[in-house]
Design a protein around this ligand. Structure first.
Ligand code: FAD
Ligand code: NAD
Length: 450
């Protein structure tokens, strides 16, 4: 049996490794159009800041490592056509330009996503960057170290924009973030996003809201400033476009592989597409939200790995299931840890729930123990039955621990009443005697009764 995998960063690399563990005899071929495979894009902002000294550190496995497991990785090979009827592909060797045909028994599409690019004048100028691949990272870091830019404009106040603002401060680059919406971080509730905005502004970053990018000006092909939709001109010797991503679904064109409502590839819980023997995993596909049961696109590294594992196992003859997403995510910007799980209050309402919410602010250890840091927890529950719907945890303190408790509560369909009496670990260096989850759940339960 021959398994072919298209794309080899998170989902594809994980699918290949898992398929080999399940079947020692299958022939496994992975086509990857980049030079690198199996790397952590998540680590890229820290390579720019210098927190991770060497780029190589974020490359997890190379083609030689895969060949030890008898997985044939062909880098600089782009699949240009999928023919499900004939069960074959057309593949272009990007080094030689030659095109060959390869047949498969099982196919896994793990083509990922790419940055959304605005069509505006000046977008092609030297100094305009995105951050998605290792090639993007190399270009950006070489620009920073060779030209030592002094002023950056980051377009988009989402995850990449806010992570990079911190990286740029480490490189002594003065940064302006331009955000089209009236607030930063659209995934979060506005009251919680406001806390992040204030923190980032305190670090010397200028945040411009309610304004979009209209054009980019340059001199000798090099960026010098940007023009906003409202007519503002902001000087810049480097511009980052970070306004979101779209799934790479071009290979589904002229096939019966269906896309879901988000525009990403539709899959079932075995990561099978609408065509037998073809699976998809990672940022190119959507799955479903575990709380609502509705289709959801959550383009994140951990989800790509989980889905890749299921697709790899099933392509090799197993029967694994992906149990859906919760919308859990975390990132760091300067001294703030910013995390979310489940629905925001706003999204819960939009989805037809009747949510109640409450925010508690506490230190992440006993008040008298040195080094305690603040965390703000917003907990959201369903008014109907007290079931937890989501949480957002923000601040310099241990947000990661608290958000994972709330995510686990969502997994277990727990209520405020269940959490109010939870037995969590306590000792002064680690937590407050009553976790913010317990405090917020108790207060929400009282609020429910009124
Ligand atoms: P991709 O990483 O997009 O890889 C797909 C690969 O397939 C690419 O190399 C692409 O070139 C290749 N390809 C596409 N089409 C073809 C073709 N036709 N033929 C051959 N090859 C093809 N997620 C988190 O959970 N936590 C984080 O902290 C986090 N931080 C991030 C920071 C940054 C700066 C970025 C950019 C992303 C971050 N993410 C994070 C998201 C995470 O990196 C992605 O969700 C993950 O990389 C998705 O993996 P993937 O394999 O599905 O797709
Ligand atoms: P994003 O969706 O997080 O943020 C995009 C931002 O750009 C939003 O605030 C949006 O309102 C704004 N925007 C949209 N159009 C605009 C315009 N024309 N002008 C100005 N602002 C505009 O996307 P991203 O920051 O590009 O990140 C891409 C993806 O990478 C994320 O969706 C996430 O999946 C992944 N990522 C995850 C992490 C993490 O989990 N720690 C970190 C980095 C990236």
């Amino acid at each position: 049996m021959r398994i072919i995998i298209i794309g080899g960063v998170a989902a594809g690399a994980k699918a290949a490794a898992k398929a080999r563990r399940v079947s020692s005899t299958a022939e496994i071929i992975l086509y990857q159009d980049e030079v690198n495979i199996s790397y952590s894009a998540c680590g890229m902002p820290y390579v720019i800041s210098g927190a991770i000294p060497e780029l190589d550190q974020i490359v997890i496995r190379n083609p030689k490592d895969f060949s030890k497991d008898n997985i044939n990785v062909l880098i600089r090979h782009r699949v240009i056509k999928v023919n499900p009827k004939e069960k074959c592909l057309k593949v272009k060797n990007l080094e030689t330009g030659s095109i060959e045909t390869a047949s498969y028994d099982k196919l896994i599409i793990a083509t990922g996503a790419r940055p959304i690019m605005p069509t505006i004048p000046g977008i092609e100028l030297d100094g305009v960057h995105t951050l998605r691949s290792i090639a993007d990272l190399e270009l950006l870091t070489s620009k920073i170290y060779s030209k030592q830019p002094k002023q950056a404009v980051i377009v988009g106040a989402g995850y990449i924009g806010l992570e990079l603002a911190e990286s740029f401060k480490s490189c002594a680059i003065q940064t302006t973030i331009l955000e089209k919406a009236g607030r930063i971080l659209p995934q979060f509730d506005a009251d919680m996003a406001q806390l992040v905005q204030e923190h980032v502004a305190e670090q010397g970053v200028t945040i411009v809201l309610n304004d979009g990018l209209a054009g980019i000006q340059g001199n000798n092909n090099q960026v010098t400033s940007i023009q906003t939709e409202s007519g503002r001109s902001i000087p810049a010797d480097i511009v980052i476009i970070a306004i979101g991503i779209k799934p790479n679904t071009e290979l589904t064109k002229d096939t019966d592989i269906e896309l879901g409502p988000s525009g990403a590839i539709k899959v079932n819980d075995r990561m099978e597409t609408s065509i037998a023997s073809i699976y998809a995993a990672g940022d190119c596909c959507e799955s479903f939200n575990r709380i609502s049961g509705k289709a959801a696109w959550l383009p994140l590294g951990d989800i790509a790995n989980l889905q890749g594992r299921v697709a790899g196992e099933n392509a090799a003859g197993g029967n694994a299931r992906f149990t859906g997403t919760l919308g859990t995510a975390i990132f760091k910007t300067f001294d703030f840890n910013v995390s979310i799980t489940g629905f925001s209050e706003k999204n819960a309402r939009a989805l037809g729930y009747d949510p109640i919410a409450l925010t508690v602010t506490q230190l992440d250890r006993a008040r008298y123990y040195p080094g305690g840091k603040t965390i703000h927890l917003k907990l959201i529950a369903d008014k109907k039955d007290g079931k937890i719907l989501g949480g957002q945890v923000i601040g310099p303190g241990a947000a990661d621990k608290i958000i994972d408790i709330v995510a686990t509560a969502l997994l277990g369909k727990l209520t405020c009443g269940d959490l109010e009496n939870a037995d969590f670990a306590y000792s002064p260096p680690f937590s407050a005697v009553l976790s913010p989850v317990i405090v917020a759940s108790g207060a929400l339960k009282t609020k429910l009764k009124n």
